[in-house]
Design a protein around this ligand. Structure first.
Ligand code: GLC
Length: 553
């Protein structure tokens, strides 16, 4: 059983798995994945080496934004099951020594939520002030529109009273008014409710946008940080060991603020590194990765970045320059249908032309760069996408379990969306059971990387420093853990030199390792491969195309 209080910084060593319940496994036979379906596949996640699953929203919702438009925070969407099913899932997860966090949508509700229905009913309604109303649509004019392909403005005029309401996302997602203390309390109560059911924390959705102030971008305002500090204090006193993970798609220096002084979020996504991993491959140089990590400030000792290659949204290009965005679109989204808002709606394997060398290489980075990694469901087997489906649904298709009807996801004739059935990524070709029968498959490579990663603390907790051989096609970095930050582990210093060839040609370089003269590096991923002994002389090495090595020194 998991005891969250035993090691309150468990998240620093954890491997996360982002799971879209609707897509995972249909146990009820209605064509939608559900909580019992997830429960039935927990052994699979455990085998893979997952430590913590993150569930996309599971609350009742009209699904304008796939559940990120909540109509009732205290229940489960009928497609997914019941509160009893949810508790059973939490129990099943903990029984296996894993953990579970869920999305909490704090910035906005659905327009079908009773709070909004009441709020919009009249200017004097008791809950009028729970949302942001205005008699003009000219306020907060410096605020960008996020869903720019669909929304013209952050204001929508409501015919009932003739006033406008504020929304950072779809029109159907009115923003809550955080200047109202009742709203602040209501969200805290919702968190208590789910924590009381035993979950290990939240992925907190759309954090930067809680407050609005004139003449600002209405993002990352001091008031937001103040509210987050209130939440954290509550966690520290009432729910030690439970975590909050911030979704703040912002530049590193702005996200840094969300860790506060160990008194805001436990974790936050590092958004800007992600597109740069893809960029580095196309540009055949480490430059963009080095730039962004050099621009990433240090974080408090118990804080942790969360890194990812893909997720349920478009591959966001918000945190790049205009030129870089054009470049990424040209290189990775040649077909217009692949583009959405400021991003690319494709999955990992298709983005990389299904080149297993590149897929493995990016995963080797994901599992060794600073932060805790998150795997997006299906990427462990290299699933494809479907650009015919609207919005972000093309990367949310059913999990491909086997080669039977609907990939073993559901028995119905028409699941919520069709399973992928194309030549390269179709379920007969790409599925879990096929890969589990093939020791050379991506699934085994992923499982192996996770197993190896977990034998050390350096990857989750170690210091990070670039080792930059003169050849820019090679990315090199140190991960060093001395045991300082976690006493009494008895661990010796763990010192890794990660070396990666970002190109499809062999690359040579050398590096000064003289301080380790006499030692012989071992690649912990492939220990039977031999590496020359280190001497006083410069250490010369050659890397095969797209090779990656985690060298223990
Ligand atoms: C977050 C979610 C995204 C959703 C949006 C609005 O960015 O990841 O899926 O549409 O918030 O809730």
């Amino acid at each position: 059983m998991v005891d969250s209080t035993m090691d309150s910084t468990w998240y620093k060593d954890a491997v996360f798995y982002e799971l879209y319940v609707r897509a995972f496994k249909d146990s009820s036979g209605d064509g939608n994945g559900d909580l019992r379906g997830v429960l039935s596949r927990l052994d699979y996640l455990q085998q893979l080496g997952v430590d913590c699953i993150w569930l996309l929203p599971v609350n009742p919702s009209p699904l304008r934004d796939d559940g990120y438009d909540v109509a009732d925070y205290l229940n489960i969407h009928s497609d997914f099951g019941t509160l009893e099913d949810f508790k059973a899932l939490v129990g099943g997860v903990h029984q296996r020594g894993m953990r579970i966090i869920v999305d909490v949508v704090v910035n906005h509700t659905s327009d079908q939520h009773p709070w909004f229905i009441e709020s919009r009913s009249s200017k004097t309604a008791a809950k009028r002030d729970w949302y942001v109303w205005s008699d003009t649509d000219q306020r907060y004019a410096d605020t960008r529109v996020i869903f720019k392909d669909t929304e013209q403005s952050n204001w929508t005029r409501d015919p009932v009273t003739g006033e406008y309401y504020w929304h950072r996302f779809y029109t159907e997602q009115p923003d809550l008014n955080y200047d109202n203390p009742d709203v602040q309390q209501a969200i805290l109560d919702i968190m208590d409710y789910w924590l009381g059911m035993g979950i290990d924390g939240f992925r907190v959705d759309a954090v930067p946008y809680l407050f609005e102030r004139e003449n600002t971008t209405c993002e990352n305002l001091p008031e937001t940080h103040q509210y987050v500090r209130r939440l954290r204090k509550h966690f520290d006193t009432q729910w030690p060991g439970r975590i909050m993970l911030a979704e703040a798609n912002q530049w590193p220096q702005d996200v840094r603020e969300y860790f506060g002084d160990n008194d805001e979020f436990h974790m936050a996504f590092h958004f800007p590194i992600m597109p740069r991993l893809f960029m580095a491959l196309k540009q055949r140089t480490r430059k963009s990765i080095v730039d962004i990590l050099n621009r990433t400030p240090a974080i408090p000792p118990s804080a942790q970045w969360c890194i990812f290659l893909r997720n349920h949204d478009e591959l966001t290009l918000e945190m790049v320059t205009e030129d870089e965005r054009q470049y990424m679109w040209e290189q990775y989204a040649p077909d217009d249908r692949m583009r959405l808002n400021l991003g690319i709606r494709r999955r990992l394997a298709p983005l990389l032309d299904n080149d297993q060398r590149r897929v493995r290489l990016l995963n080797a980075l994901l599992f060794s760069l600073p932060g805790s990694p998150i795997i997006y469901y299906g990427d462990e087997i290299g699933m494809g996408d479907n650009v015919q489906l609207p919005d972000r649904n093309g990367v949310r298709t059913p999990m491909q379990w086997d080669s039977s009807k609907n990939a073993g996801f559901s028995d119905v004739d028409a699941p919520y969306v069709p399973v992928i059935d194309d030549a390269d990524f179709g379920y007969r070709r790409v599925n879990v059971s096929g890969q589990q029968a093939d020791p050379g498959s991506l699934w085994y490579v992923m499982r192996h990387m996770l197993t190896v990663r977990k034998q050390y603390r350096a990857f989750g907790r170690g210091a990070f420093e670039f080792a930059l051989p003169d050849n820019e096609a090679i990315l090199g970095y140190w991960r060093v853990y001395t045991g300082d930050s976690v006493p009494a582990t008895g661990a010796n210093t763990e010192r890794f030199l990660v070396l990666v060839n970002l190109t499809d040609e062999p690359q040579r370089s050398e590096i000064d390792l003289s301080e380790f003269a006499g030692r012989t590096p071992t690649d912990v991923l492939t220990p039977d491969q031999s590496w020359p002994e280190i001497t006083e002389a410069s250490y010369v090495f050659e890397l095969a195309p797209y090779a990656y090595h985690w060298l223990r020194i």
